[in-house]
Every structure is written in C-alpha cells, then in structure tokens.
Design a protein around this ligand. Structure first.
Ligand code: AMP
Ligand code: GLY
Length: 429
C-alpha cells in the first residue's frame, strides 16, 4: 500500500520510521517532511493545507492511507474535504473531521463537550468582548492563581496563568478588547487553576472503539527545573511512574470512555488520535485540554514502545475496525531529549551544519527542523531540530543512552535540557 503522511516535525519522522517497518507499506510519501524523513521515505513539496493539491497527489500516486500529523489541516477540515470528493471519499484517513478537530480548535467547545459528557475538568466560564464587564466581575470572585485561555489556536501561547487580580483583569481586557492573540482571543475561557502533576495520555479511536497507547510526561518549558518560556516540548518520558494501574483505570473509566461515547452520541466523526492533557490532582484525573493529534515530543517516546504493527493500527483507525487490533506495548523505557536552536522559542539562527553522533540502536534519532544546504550538509532549518530517544530496561539506562547520543551531536548554539527525566528518577527512590 502507498501511504501519504502530512507534516514535517519529529512526530512525523517517528511516524515515518514506524510506518516503513510495516510489511503493509510499499511506498511512503511525506509532505513536506524533513531531512530525516527523506532518508527513509520520499518527501513531496505539498502544502499541508493545500487540499486540492493533496487530493490530486492521492489520486496520482494511488494512495491507500492518509495520515495527518499536525492539527492545522484537521482544524481546517481536510478530512471533510477528502470525504466530500467522490474520487477520494473511500480512502481511509487518520485524523478527525473538522467538527472533531474543534475539540482542539476551540477551548470553549471542548469545555462544553466535557461538561455535557461528565468528563472531569476545571470549573470555567467563557466570555466575549460584549461580556467584558461580566468577565471582569467574574474574575473578582475567583481564587488565585486563575487561568485565562484564548478560545482558538494561538500557537501554544494562548494560555496565561495569572497570579493577581490586576494581572488577570488587564490580560482579559488585552485578549478580548485588544485582540492580544488575534481572532483566537475573541472569546476567552476563564478557568480554575489545578495543582498537581501533568501527564499526556494518547488514545487511538475510530469513533466507536479505542486503544490507550503508552502515556508520557512532557517537559514543556525551555529552562531546567521547568523554568522560562513555554515551548512545544523539550523532552518526554514513557512510561510514567505515577500513572500506575489504579490511576490509569480512573483515566479510562472517567475520561476515555465518556469522551469516546460522547463523540459517538453527538455524531462527531472521529477517526484519529486523541491526546488528552491531564492533571493528576491527588490521584484524580482532570482534563486540561484535548488535542486532536499525537503530541510532540511525546510521540518520539511513545511509538518506540509499540510492538504491534503500526500500519495495522492506522488502518484500524481509518477503516473503523479498531476492535480487531491487538495493541502490544513494550515494557521498556523510552526517554526523548529535544535539541533546539539557540534562542528558541524566541528568535534563533538557521543554517548551521550539524554533525551527528554515531548510530546506536538504543538511541533513536528523529529529525524535526532539518534540511540540507547547497553542499548537501545537514543544517538546522527550524527552532526544534532533533529529538533523540534513548531506550532501556530502566529509566536511568534509557536516559544514559539518550544523553550519550545528544552529547555527540553538535551545531553552533545548539541547546537542550539536561534535566529531562530527573524528577521522575527521584520518584523511584
Ligand atoms: P494548554 O495550552 O491548554 O495545554 O495549556 C498550557 C499549559 O498551561 C498546560 O500544559 C498546563 O501546564 C497549564 N494549564 C492549563 N490549564 C491549567 C489549569 N486549569 N490549571 C493549571 N495549569 C493549567
Ligand atoms: N507536547 C505537547 C504538544 O504536542 O502539544
């Protein structure tokens, strides 16, 4: 089968790496891909939201399965577009419908969905510019800190945790009246602050059945000790010790089952991955957010732990036959360290040649923002550049493998966090 994968990050390199290992894959195309996917698949220069060009490519190359990595094409309705065209309507696509993708595209929509379906989440109210006075008055009655969230997609920057009432009120005005996040903040969700420890849970669903993939912990901020600016994620660890059997049972019963049942009951077509950002608050799960795709860098730690055929999983999702699939998970540990360009997540320089360390089957290398210069040298082309995943029978061994390979990888101004997994290691002692 010929497969088309959309995206260009470390998540997509990990998907590609897993897809080409399957006997069901004859040719993999990645649009637009990166220097890593170019080594194992064919990169094609298609825009991920250029739906007509994608449809033409699918027909020309006789694609039998389409896998959508990032949220943007999903929120813009790629699945609905391909289904509405008679020539592409029958081709399985991994990714939810536009309505399903609204679970990530609108925080207000996702909060209302959780409320209707009794999924535990923080208390909240939503306000628009017309309701600014009510919003300011609502803030006065809340305890601090308080969380303000732009309703729409804001490139991971739309969440503000405010420590004082003045700060919260000023930010609410900026968001609603001065469009601090553009149209994304034309509505703002004001939400109770939850204390606890965060966890990423991944669910594959065909809209009726589901499989829970390995969980992961993400390291979101740029600085050690989780300090400084938020990023797309600087590292990940899987499995996560505090996500024990009892906690994961609660996640399944209280969060996953009502979510999937809610999608079906509300006729929200959803064949794809659902990434549930959770807070473990005194042993109870609360949903912080839904994302309608896999996480990055979590995917680079989660996929290496899947032992069963990955294309069969993708087909199970896309064809609505997930109940037939037997998911096999490896007990080994996977720890991912993300190497970024110096200056990320703010401005950074591109085009530096990268020297890679020796290959090691215990330390997988996934590319993100990489390309080749005119001399053919590997260079950094983005802020997030490489993700290196160490494997091992225990957490320390996996971390050692990851960091050994990271230390042998160089380019000018490269940066990574040295403390990935350290907090979890302490929990073992
Ligand atoms: P989100 O964009 O919804 O993932 O939010 C970004 C980050 O803000 C989350 O990963 C959490 O660390 C934090 N956050 C969001 N909502 C809350 C909340 N209600 N309580 C505490 N922290 C939160
Ligand atoms: N690592 C968080 C995300 O993918 O959104």
């Amino acid at each position: 089968m010929n497969i088309l994968l959309l995206g260009s990050g470390g998540r997509e390199h990990a998907f590609a790496w897993k897809i080409v290992q399957s006997k069901s894959c004859s040719q993999l195309y990645v649009a637009p891909g990166n220097a890593g996917t170019a080594e194992i698949a064919e990169n094609v220069s298609l825009g991920i939201t250029d739906f007509p060009a994608i449809a033409d490519f699918i027909l020309e190359k006789e694609i039998g399965l389409v896998v959508v990595g990032p949220e943007e094409p999903l929120v813009k309705g790629i699945v609905d577009y391909l289904q509405a065209k008679p020539e592409t309507a029958q081709i399985p696509v991994v990714g939810p419908s536009k309505l399903g993708a609204t679970l990530e595209g609108s925080k207000d929509f996702s909060k209302r969905f959780m409320q209707r379906n009794n999924v535990p989440t923080a208390a909240y109210e939503t306000f628009d510019a017309m309701q600014i006075e009510e919003g300011l008055a609502y803030l006065e009655k809340q305890s601090l800190p308080i969380v303000l969230k732009a309703d729409g997609l804001a490139a991971g920057k739309g969440v503000l945790i405010c420590e004082t009432l003045e700060d919260a009120q000023a930010n609410l005005k900026d968001m609603l009246l001065d469009q601090k996040f553009g149209a994304a903040s034309s509505k703002v969700v004001i939400e109770e602050f939850l204390t606890g420890i965060e966890l990423s849970v991944f669910v594959a669903t065909d809209g009726k059945d589901y499989k829970i993939l390995p969980e992961a912990k993400d390291y979101k901020r740029i600085g050690e000790g989780d300090s400084g600016l938020n990023t797309g994620g600087m590292g990940a660890v899987s499995p996560v010790i505090f996500a024990d059997e009892a906690f994961m049972k609660k996640v399944e019963e209280q969060v996953v089952k009502p979510t999937v049942a809610g999608l079906e009951k509300e006729n929200i077509p959803y064949k794809g991955f659902l990434f549930i950002g959770l807070m473990n608050k005194d042993g109870e799960p609360y949903v912080i957010e839904y994302n309608v795709r896999m996480g990055d860098p979590e995917t680079e730690a989660v996929l290496p732990r899947i032992e069963s055929d990955f294309v069969d999983l993708l087909l199970g999702i896309g064809e609505g036959k997930l109940s037939d699939y037997e998911l096999k998970i490896s007990p080994q540990f996977a720890t991912t360290v993300v190497m970024v360009s110096g200056g990320y997540p703010e401005s950074y320089e591109k085009g530096f040649p990268i020297s890679l360390s020796e290959e090691n089957p215990q330390a997988l290398l996934f590319h993100a923002g990489t390309g080749r210069n005119e001399k053919g040298e590997l260079i950094n082309t983005g802020g997030r550049v490489l993700a290196i995943t160490g494997l091992g029978s225990d957490l320390q061994t996996a971390l050692n493998h990851a960091f050994d390979r990271v230390k042998g990888t160089h380019w000018e101004k490269a940066y990574y966090r040295k403390d990935i997994g350290k907090d979890i290691l302490k929990l073992y002692h």
